[in-house]
Design a protein around this ligand. Structure first.
Ligand code: ADP
Ligand code: F6P
Length: 470
């Protein structure tokens, strides 16, 4: 059975310039994680091409062709819809609330209208494309109304929805004026999936408290239907990361990165205020302050992927991170030694794997994160059984990766102590912890995640069986 994937972000993003139309791989966990599942399932992926719809017809045709070549179908969004639906409502209002951050702007009525209109357009496109023998799998917070809108258009379709962010507290959700419509939108699905049991419990609580619906431990009543709520932790393509980690060019690049015996701490994130980067950097400065013997002997390599660059909060974060890096490098750096190597941009797969292999300590310290696939990519890449993972207790991944060094991402002192403990950890302890982390990640890779969800939805999972690493 085919799976029709629907998300605002497609696996590729379109670029239009003087040279014509090209597509590049999209950033972020949804795109990187689902890409392999899409390739194996053989169905279509419906989403936004990444550029405004106001383009000459020949260019629009060229975009459609590029997308068709990778099994994708574009949903056109006008420039003003990108601003209102994507930048202001999805990223400005919903994103902070979903991460329990309450200082979000109030929604303008016109932004909510745009959210609704775009969700309707998605439902129309999916209704036209979905075949009766397909299951439809809708992803993420941009499209919370689509399950209900699609159910109205195609009552007998099997519809699944997966939320890639945390599910927030009732108090946070209730601050959004349209919370009831958003929750009701989700209940158009047959199965609603989230990363952890804690998020599933919060979802059920919210449905009871804010919609007054009856629930059982894993179901919600929706008229004559029952909506199944399932905790399904997303993962990564473990076999692909393992295979790449053992390539000779990756090993060569990794040993070059570990130059002069320096110990390497690594951060890899989209540049997002949920990722806890400022406190992570401050804690590194605190470590260098407290342990001067480490100066010249450690280095923090921080990769920051550009994200949502037209949203003001992201512009402010970039300025804050870059001035913090400059301040720490000016304070502790010498002619021979730069304490923080910061890169704003993407790296290719081989470089990413080499960094994961080279790192002594991986810093994954989000203030809140639905799952965090970087933590799992790091573990999957450590075929050598070494390396220490410092992991925020507020990342969904912490529910599975219990032998990481778990930290409070806002506690700068505590973070500095954890970095110190990670650097001082004995080889036998590192190996025991990493063995447990690896067995957790190998047991449940991204194909297992998709298979579990699709089996719960009643189709499609079988096509993905047999690819699990564990
Ligand atoms: P989110 O979904 O919030 O972006 P995740 O940690 O789940 O966070 O996923 C991030 C994805 O982006 C991972 O697959 C990671 O490998 C990728 N990524 C992060 N930083 C970079 C970078 N500098 N270059 C290439 N890929 C990156
Ligand atoms: O974590 C939520 C999420 O939607 C990811 O799944 C996605 O990869 C990331 O945010 C990127 O967001 P955007 O589509 O805005 O680039």
């Amino acid at each position: 059975m085919n799976v029709l994937i629907v998300s605002n972000r497609l696996p590729v993003t379109t670029r239009v310039d003087a040279g014509g139309v090209t597509v590049v791989p999209s950033n972020g966990g949804l795109a990187t994680g689902l890409r392999g599942v899409h390739e194996r399932s053989g169905g279509l992926w419906i989403g936004w091409p990444g550029v405004p719809a106001e383009l000459p017809t020949p260019i629009r045709r060229a975009i459609d062709q590029r997308l068709a070549a990778v099994g994708a179908v574009g949903v056109p969004l006008a420039a003003r819809e990108i601003d209102a639906f994507y930048q202001r409502y999805s990223n400005g209002v919903l994103w902070p609330v979903l991460h329990d951050m309450l200082d979000h702007p109030a929604a303008e009525p016109s932004d909510w209208e745009a959210y609704r209109t775009v969700n309707e357009r998605y439902a129309d496109v999916v209704a036209r494309r979905a075949r009766p023998d397909e299951v439809v799998w809708i992803h993420d917070f941009h499209l919370m109304l689509v399950p209900r809108l699609l159910r109205e258009r195609c009552p007998s379709l099997r519809i699944g929805f997966f939320l890639h962010t945390p599910f927030p507290s009732i108090e946070a959700l209730a601050t959004v004026r349209h919370h009831a419509a958003l929750l009701d939108g989700l209940l158009g699905a047959d199965v609603v999936g989230v990363h952890t049991r804690a998020y599933a419990a919060r979802f059920l609580d919210a449905v009871r408290a804010l919609l007054g619906r009856a629930t059982s431990p894993s179901d919600v009543e929706d008229g004559a239907r029952r909506v199944h709520v399932r905790a399904c932790p997303m993962s990564v393509d473990v076999s692909a990361f393992e295979a790449r980690a053992t390539e000779p060019r990756v090993a060569a690049m990794a040993s070059h990165m570990r130059r002069d015996g320096e110990r390497l701490l690594l951060g890899v994130d989209r540049l997002d205020y949920t990722k806890g980067i400022p406190a992570r950097l401050d804690a590194y400065a605190r470590l260098l302050e407290r342990e001067p013997s480490l100066r010249g002997r450690v280095r923090l390599h921080q990769l920051a992927v550009p994200s949502r660059e037209s949203v003001p909060a992201y512009q402010a974060l970039r300025a804050e991170v870059e001035s913090t890096v400059a301040r720490i490098n000016a304070r502790f750096g010498t002619r021979e030694w730069t304490p923080i190597e910061y890169r704003y941009g993407c790296v290719d797969d081989v470089t990413l794997s080499a960094l994961y292999r080279a790192a002594d300590v991986m810093l994954v310290t989000p203030r809140r994160d639905g799952m965090n696939l970087v933590a799992k990519e790091f573990v999957a890449s450590r075929v050598d059984g070494d390396g220490v993972l410092v992991l925020s207790e507020h990342a969904g991944a912490a529910a599975e990766l219990r032998t990481a060094l778990l930290v409070d991402p806002d506690d700068v002192d505590g973070l500095a102590r954890s970095y110190s403990a990670a650097l001082a950890m004995s080889a036998p302890e590192r190996r025991v912890r990493m063995r447990r982390l690896r067995s957790a990640v190998r047991r449940h890779d991204v194909f297992q995640w998709a298979r579990e969800f699709l089996l719960a939805l009643g189709g499609g999972g079988a096509a993905l069986v047999g690819r699990s690493a564990g």
